[in-house]
Design a protein around this ligand. Structure first.
Ligand code: GDP
Length: 551
């Protein structure tokens, strides 16, 4: 019998409802999100949209300078005249008349962080390589990240104004990473630029529009908007402010929007020039005012029909967040200590690591030193070693392989930190190579089986064997040298051959059970589950010590 406030399971509920003549349609909680994103558009409704560009490259190769140069060059020539404000993305007009949207957070950390959340924002990557420095670790990383996302690259060879600029070298070096630029017969567009001298910026924009044409980017502007949060913050005067890149449809003031676990009604839309807008179409970045709370960068945004739907979705997401947080406490951890026991249990003797450092030199040194620790029994396996802060992709990699993440003179990005917390991945920071190596060495040593060492205690010779009822055979012996101890290991030796190995069950002097008998004394001994001892046999008594090994 159920009371009126009792909760019944879904199967019972279905039975009862059908009994009462109703038709039941089972739904999952996650169904509230159904149809929120990615409902397809008919081809006929698709119109060309501006490309969205992210600038990537090695530190100090001029990403920020290039973004600034493009923006300012455009403002000066543009009719608006106003200085652009920073909203996380901006739009400029290429000489061809095409609009181009630039994401204003250079670097692949942001790029990959967004991609990890399933937000594909970027259409084209501009890879900045300084002509005086050539291809560097982060250049390579940027190439990998762009490839992984399936986004075409345009190479901007920067700093060509410098006397020691060697653009040819950059082209040749890129070949090694399978980036073949046009002038070497490849398909990757390349432009020589100078961010500080504002050289060839137009050419770069032309290359971008050309690439965009090839990509044939289209979206339906005539539908409820969908987009992605590029940046979000809490503004003291204006409340939560989110920069949203509209990806399809048109966002209008008054629309009800959902982003992550936040929702709101669009109060105002502000573009990168600081102007208030009524609407924003595909590929347009706009600041959105009106969210109830700050969504997170990378959150997808969609317009919904009613406040009720918005509430339903955000409440569901909020609940999910809480459940995840609760699950986190019990989730599998990978700390150095736990890993040792895990690996031991699995019989595997590899020690997976993800290593990030501040400079290539130290990363190489760490990897080389760790490799020297490798033996036949244990090995440090470096899954990934690279230069730069610890990113979400590092943590994901570590999670997939149960590895520990090590940061040498670098720290984890905020997103990476929270991801690591969620996934229970340990991130260790070091600033001294020796400490790092020592810790890893200690952890690896824990994987080695201990060495067993025998410690000789003493010998006894059997003088007589008694058969005692209930007890069985007991050997009457004299200890010839050292001591004999109860509980120690013993071997029975006959004519110099070991006939039995085991433990003593009894050690008696006269009638008393004793712990130890010393040389010269007589005693009675019996073995655990062994009876066949004879007069003249020698009993050897020894201890076994487990000695922890270290590398
Ligand atoms: P980021 O770390 O990639 O964002 O690089 P920055 O934009 O901060 O530039 C690093 C340094 O390179 C700065 O000192 C810039 O002034 C300089 N720089 C950037 N572009 C050029 C260029 O085209 N020519 C010269 N000579 N210096 C440049």
């Amino acid at each position: 019998m159920a009371k009126i406030t009792d909760v019944i399971d879904a199967d019972t509920a279905e039975l009862i409802a059908e009994e009462l003549g109703h038709t039941v349609k089972r739904v999952a909680e996650s169904d509230v999100e159904e149809g929120l994103f990615d409902t397809p558009d008919a081809d006929a409704h698709l119109l060309p949209r501006p490309p969205v560009v992210t600038i990537m490259g090695h530190v100090d190769h001029g990403k920020t300078s290039l973004l600034d140069a493009i923006r300012h060059a455009n403002v000066v020539s543009g009719e608006a005249g106003g200085i652009t404000q920073h909203i996380g993305a901006y739009q400029v007009t290429a000489p061809s008349g095409q609009l181009v949207t630039f994401i204003d957070t250079p670097g692949h950390a942001a790029f990959t962080a967004m991609r990890a959340r399933g937000a594909k924002v970027t259409d084209i990557v501009v890879l900045v390589v300084a002509a005086d420095d050539g291809v560097m670790p982060q250049t390579i990383e940027a190439i990998t990240h762009a490839r992984a996302a399936g986004v075409p690259i345009i190479v901007a060879i920067n700093k060509i104004d410098k006397a020691d600029a060697k653009p040819e070298r950059v082209r040749a070096e890129l070949l090694q990473y399978e980036v073949q630029v046009e002038s070497l017969g490849g398909e990757t567009l390349e432009v020589e630029v100078s961010a500080t001298q504002k050289l060839n910026l137009d050419k770069l924009l032309d290359a971008i529009s050309l690439q965009a044409e090839v990509l044939d980017l289209k979206a339906n502007p005539d539908r409820p908007a969908e987009g992605t949060v590029i940046e979000a913050r809490l503004d003291r005067g204006r409340g939560p402010v989110a920069t949203v890149l509209v990806q399809r449809g048109t966002l209008r003031t008054g629309d009800i929007i959902v982003g992550g676990s936040q929702w709101g009604r669009v109060r105002a839309l502000i573009d990168d020039k600081g102007d208030t807008k009524d609407s924003a179409g595909p590929s347009a970045p706009v600041e959105v005012l009106g969210f109830n709370g700050s969504p997170e960068a990378g959150d997808r945004v969609a317009v919904v029909e009613t406040e009720a739907r918005a509430r339903e979705i955000t409440e569901y997401r909020e609940r999910q967040k809480r459940e995840k947080a609760a699950a986190r406490g019990t989730g599998a951890r990978s700390s150095l200590a736990d890993m040792m026991s895990q690996l031991k249990a699995a019989g595997r003797k590899e020690f997976p690591l993800v290593i990030k450092g501040d400079v290539q030199g130290s990363v190489e040194a760490i990897v080389a030193t760790l490799e020297k620790l490798n033996t036949d029994e244990v090995a440090a396996r470096v899954l990934h070693a690279g230069v730069g802060g610890i990113t979400e992709s590092d943590v994901t990699l570590a999670e997939a392989s149960h590895a520990v993440v090590i940061g040498f003179n670098v720290r984890a990005h905020k997103e990476a930190r929270s991801l690591a917390e969620q996934a229970g991945i340990e991130i260790r920071y070091y600033n001294i190579i020796y400490n790092l190596v020592d810790d890893v060495k200690a952890a690896m040593s824990g994987l080695l089986p201990p060495t067993l060492r025998e410690e000789m205690l003493g010998n006894a010779v059997i003088l007589e064997v008694f058969n005692i009822s209930k007890v069985g055979k007991v050997a009457g012996c004299r200890v010839t040298d050292g001591t004999v101890q109860r509980g120690a290991n013993v071997r029975l030796i006959r004519d110099n051959v070991v006939v039995h190995e085991g433990k003593l069950s009894t050690l008696k002097r006269f009638k008393d059970e004793v712990k130890e008998v010393v040389a010269g004394q007589e005693c009675g001994m019996a073995f655990e589950s062994y009876q066949d001892m004879r007069v003249g046999d020698v009993i050897e008594c020894y201890n076994v010590q487990e000695i922890k090994r270290s590398l």
